[in-house]
Design a protein around this ligand. Structure first.
Ligand code: ATP
Ligand SMILES: Nc1ccn([C@H]2C[C@H](O)[C@@H](COP(=O)(O)O)O2)c(=O)n1
Length: 227
């Protein structure tokens, strides 16, 4: 089973997808981390992020190791563990430049599909990002658009960063980033066949439970039609 979870920044995609994967015994793929790792690598190499050809060449050359264990997020870029470095505000501020580079997207989507394919023998994966249901895995058995209103998303991110960001940085990470990212992916409205879950007034556990229930229904649906 493939479960696609898309949505805007701070809506709870990563925490929810990890929780669902753990509960259902599936792999977990954080596609945003892959865009972050390319950003980290491009900056390490001193590239001008506006030089789209050079950045795309870096993305293609990058040896990227991605853990799909929902209990143990780990990412390595050219042999360096970047699990923590890719969460740095410096990366969050620049990552949209990389994510709106269409040649980078082409390369990362190719890799994401490979990782998804590799998860099939062990039961599948929960894959989260911005374009999973629409582009990366439109064949997903369950497609979720996870939303929350802007104030809730900003408050969650502020709490997560232990108030270590200014109001301006917070707005940049949530509002500006979504506006830029939405120019290349459709994650603000539910695509065909996707279920929208507004998590504004739901706890993380409640959202995980709703998705697990929908997954069980989706899994049972073809069997119901056969009988
Ligand atoms: N339903 C919820 N209620 C309250 N807090 C939540 C809920 N879901 C997630 N959170 C918290 O909100 C913060 C942001 O969640 P998370 O990182 O999972 O969002 P995201 O959509 O993956 O963000 P981004 O796309 O920017 O990486 C985390 O601190 C998480 O614990
Ligand atoms: N499938 C995806 C996943 C992520 N992005 C972009 C959007 C973000 O700016 C950036 C990092 O994602 P995050 O870790 O914050 O979820 O990558 C995308 O365009 N497509």
């Amino acid at each position: 089973m493939i479960i696609a979870v898309d949505g805007p920044s701070g809506s709870g995609k990563s925490s929810t997808a990890r929780g669902v994967a753990t509960k259902l015994g599936l792999r977990y793929l954080d596609t945003g981390a892959m865009y972050r790792a390319v950003t980290w690598s491009a900056l390490e190499h001193g590239l001008d992020l506006d030089d789209t050809a050079a950045v795309a060449a870096r993305a293609c050359a990058l040896v990227l190791s991605v853990s799909t264990d929902p209990q143990r997020a780990q990412f390595a870029a050219d042999g360096t563990d970047v699990t923590e470095a890719i969460r740095d505000p410096r990366i969050s501020a620049s990552v949209s430049k990389i994510a709106t580079n269409l040649d980078v997207r082409k390369e990362l989507i190719r890799r994401q599909r490979e990782i998804i394919e590799q998860s099939q023998p062990t039961g599948g994966a929960v894959v989260e990002g911005r374009d999973i249901a629409t582009v990366v895995a439109p064949q997903a058995e369950l497609k979720v658009l996870l939303t929350a209103d802007q104030d809730a998303r900003m408050a969650r991110r502020k709490a997560e960063l232990a108030d270590a960001v200014t109001a301006e940085q917070l707005r940049d990470q949530i509002v500006r980033r979504d506006a830029d990212d939405a120019t290349v992916s459709q994650f603000l409205v539910a695509s065909d066949g996707a279920v929208e879950i507004d998590s504004t007034h739901l706890s993380l556990e409640e959202v995980v439970d709703v998705i697990c229930r929908l997954a069980k229904e989706a899994e049972a649906a073809p069997r119901d039609q056969e009988s």
